[in-house]
Design a protein around this ligand. Structure first.
Ligand code: AMP
Ligand code: TRP
Length: 331
């Protein structure tokens, strides 16, 4: 089985976009790959953050991983900073990576605009750390969203440099994109995300979901129930396509185009479908939130397994890059 690595940055609570766009695929991929799923807390430090909040988000992210169905019996579940070899390898990769490559990365350019008061070196180095996350496990497959493709391309370029200067250690990883590339938020225009207040969090109750969905943007041309609507341009319908049965989807298309149902009815059905998908996750999330010892045991075990794999790779790397120091004895 091929090795796989992916991770989420713990900068907030996980939402429906994270679930449908990433974690749901990860759960399915557990059977076909030797998967390692990380919570990439070092990456979260590239924006100004509150230390207490970071710890909380990491714990909640652990609970969400388990609640969504990531299974420690099948995959390695780990926290990036608990395998500090990631940063050791990053240092070495830093010395291989021209600054000009990093300055061209689109996410870096975006961040320069978004957080002009904190353009730190970690932000520039972000893709190199990401490359280290992947190659320290010799992962060949990396499921990510579209926005991460330039990072994967850079990782491959860094590996090619490594291989040509020091020899073969790392396979070139391939990005895999899920069926769902980009989920729009409840505003109907921007990508669903925590920063825009346009998302449904995985822990939200049906009442909370309804409160948000009932105010969500629909086909703007449809003002009254008697106006026929166009589901193809309505974000509520695009969510139906990801969550509702074919039967409900057909009812929506017919009712909306024929103006026999109103947006409120359509939104009720969506809320039902969303709650059906999220309620088992929500239940398990609160189960784990109340059992930090159980969560700790699972992730401590995952961290150990990941550290052992990382250590193996690093031994090989030390030999190639001139850090084996035979005169000091066995490293
Ligand atoms: P982030 O929360 O931006 O760190 O994203 C974590 C993972 O969730 C990445 O693989 C993203 O591609 C995915 N993701 C986040 N928001 C969305 C969205 N609105 N649509 C699709 N995928 C998303
Ligand atoms: N940069 C990724 C994101 O923002 C998170 C990430 C860090 C990652 N290291 C990774 C994803 C390694 C895949 C593989 O979503």
């Amino acid at each position: 089985m091929k090795r796989l690595f992916s991770g989420v940055k713990p900068t907030g609570d996980l939402h429906l976009g994270n679930y449908l766009g990433a974690i749901k695929q990860w759960v399915e991929m557990q059977d076909g790959y030797e998967a390692i799923y990380g919570i990439v807390d070092y990456h979260a430090m590239t924006a100004t953050y509150d230390p207490k909040e970071l710890e909380e988000y990491v714990f909640k992210c652990c609970c969400n991983y388990l609640a969504c169905g990531l299974d420690p019996e099948k995959s390695i579940l780990m926290i990036q900073s608990q395998v500090p070899l990631h940063t050791e390898l990053t240092w070495f990769l830093n010395c291989l990576t021209p600054v000009s490559w990093l300055e061209r990365v689109p996410t870096f350019k975006d961040k320069v605009q978004q957080q002009a008061d904190n353009i730190n070196l970690g932000l520039l180095d972000y893709p190199v750390l990401m490359a280290a996350d992947i190659i320290i496990y010799k992962a060949e497959v990396v499921p990510v969203g579209e926005d991460q493709l330039p990072h994967l391309e850079l990782a491959r370029e860094i590996i090619r440099r490594f291989t040509s200067q020091f020899g073969e250690v790392f396979p070139e990883p391939q990005a895999i994109m899920g069926k769902v590339r980009r989920i729009k938020g409840l505003d109907g225009s921007e990508k669903m995300g925590k920063s825009l207040n346009n998302c449904i969090y995985l822990y939200e109750t049906k009442e909370e979901i309804w409160a948000k969905i009932s105010k969500a943007v629909t086909d703007p041309a449809r003002i009254k129930k008697s106006d026929p609507g166009n589901p193809d341009i309505c974000n509520i319908f695009s969510l139906h396509k990801m969550l509702s049965t074919q039967e409900v989807q057909d009812k929506v298309v017919e009712g909306c185009r024929g103006a026999t149902i109103g947006c409120i009815e359509c939104k009720r059905w969506l809320t039902d479908a969303m709650d059906e998908e999220l309620s088992p996750i929500r239940e398990k999330y609160f189960y784990y939130m109340e059992r930090p010892e159980e969560v700790s045991e699972i992730f401590t075990d995952g961290n150990k397994k990941a550290a052992a794999l990382a250590e193996q790779t690093m031994q090989e790397v030390y030999g190639k890059i001139g850090l084996k120091y035979k005169f000091l004895g066995k490293r």
